[in-house]
Design a protein around this ligand. Structure first.
Ligand SMILES: Nc1ncnc2c1ncn2[C@@H]1O[C@H](COP(=O)(O)OP(=O)(O)O)[C@@H](O)[C@H]1O
Ligand SMILES: [Mg+2]
Length: 286
């Protein structure tokens, strides 16, 4: 279990991005972090593998103190945590396969990683990772030649190379259109269900949250203002939603009102939660 206890982050300029954040994540969970832009989602995800140093509080992982880990321990921890980014973070001039292989760098000795020297086992692993995300035919293309959705699938394959126990996905579909959003989240869901990889993912759109999350944390101004299951969020009222999204709820909530079962039908008849993304997928379109 991953346990966040009173985690706070104050940046050098005084911005308090996280304030006493506490929650836990069970193994195999698909935890979604929601909240407006600036609410602290990226900071929280990046504190998890200490790409950002928390100011106070702790994160423990099955008794292992992530926040107190030294250099060598941190390297081992980071190996066990894969990461996927909104803008994919590929090396565009490199081939797809080399981008995927770079996910293995954390396992190599320094000199081997400097030479990009991967053994045949790693190469086999990379081919298999590409196969899993349906990109076998793109193996030797330059990353820059791929579409956005394909690039994010390379990002997933790269994370898989770490054989991670946790994947952190920071708004992994925010740069993609709604159909591609489901494709990408579908791959993440498969890794979550088939491999038991714990997923911690920030998402902007409520219908995606309803469809994929097993547990939800809502952040506002760096504080946890909501905790629930996907079932809870399916029946979330506009008032609760406003509580998370504050004064900007109007704008985001307009798309929500058209989509959630609770507001669409008085009986709260559940809908699939998919295929109705268009109204909410362009921020500020309403
Ligand atoms: N490097 C930084 N230095 C100072 N403030 C930052 C930095 N990174 C983020 N912030 C601020 O911290 C708050 C939370 O940001 P962030 O974690 O990026 O939120 P989100 O991912 O939800 O948009 C925001 O007010 C943001 O401006
Ligand atoms: Mg962010």
């Amino acid at each position: 279990m991953l346990q966040f206890t009173n985690l706070s982050k104050t940046y050098d300029d005084g911005t308090q991005a996280l304030k006493e954040v506490s929650f836990s994540v069970e193994p195999g969970e698909f935890l979604v972090v929601i909240g407006l832009s600036g609410s602290g989602k990226s900071t929280l995800l990046r504190c998890t593998n200490r790409l950002i140093e928390p100011t106070s509080g702790s994160i423990t992982w099955d008794g292992l103190d992530i926040t107190g880990a030294d250099g060598a321990q941190l390297r081992t921890i980071r190996r066990r945590i894969g990461m996927i980014f909104q803008h994919f973070n590929l090396v565009k001039r490199l081939s797809v396969i080399n981008n995927v292989l770079s996910g293995r760098l954390g396992y190599l000795d320094t000199w081997k990683s400097m030479l990009y020297r991967f053994d045949s086992e790693d190469q086999t692993r990379a081919f298999r990772a590409l196969e899993r995300v349906g990109l076998t035919e793109q193996t030797y293309k330059r990353a820059s030649e791929l579409s956005g959705g394909q690039q994010q699938r390379v990002g997933i394959a790269r994370a898989l190379m770490q054989q991670p126990e946790i994947i952190l996905a920071d708004e992994p579909v925010a740069s993609l259109d709604p159909v591609l959003a489901h494709t990408i989240l579908g791959y993440l869901e498969r890794l979550n269900k088939e491999d038991g990889i714990t997923v911690i993912c920030s998402l902007h759109y409520l219908d995606l949250v309803q469809r994929y999350a097993t547990k939800v944390i809502g952040l506002r101004d760096g504080r946890v203002v909501y905790r629930g299951t996907s079932e809870d969020i399916r029946t979330m009222t506009d008032a609760e939603f406003k509580d998370i999204y504050g004064q900007e709820a109007e704008r985001v909530g307009a798309g929500l009102a058209a989509r959630t079962p609770s507001s669409a039908s008085p009986t709260g008849a559940p809908s699939s939660g998919s295929g109705s993304l268009d109204s909410g997928s362009t921020e500020g379109a309403e």
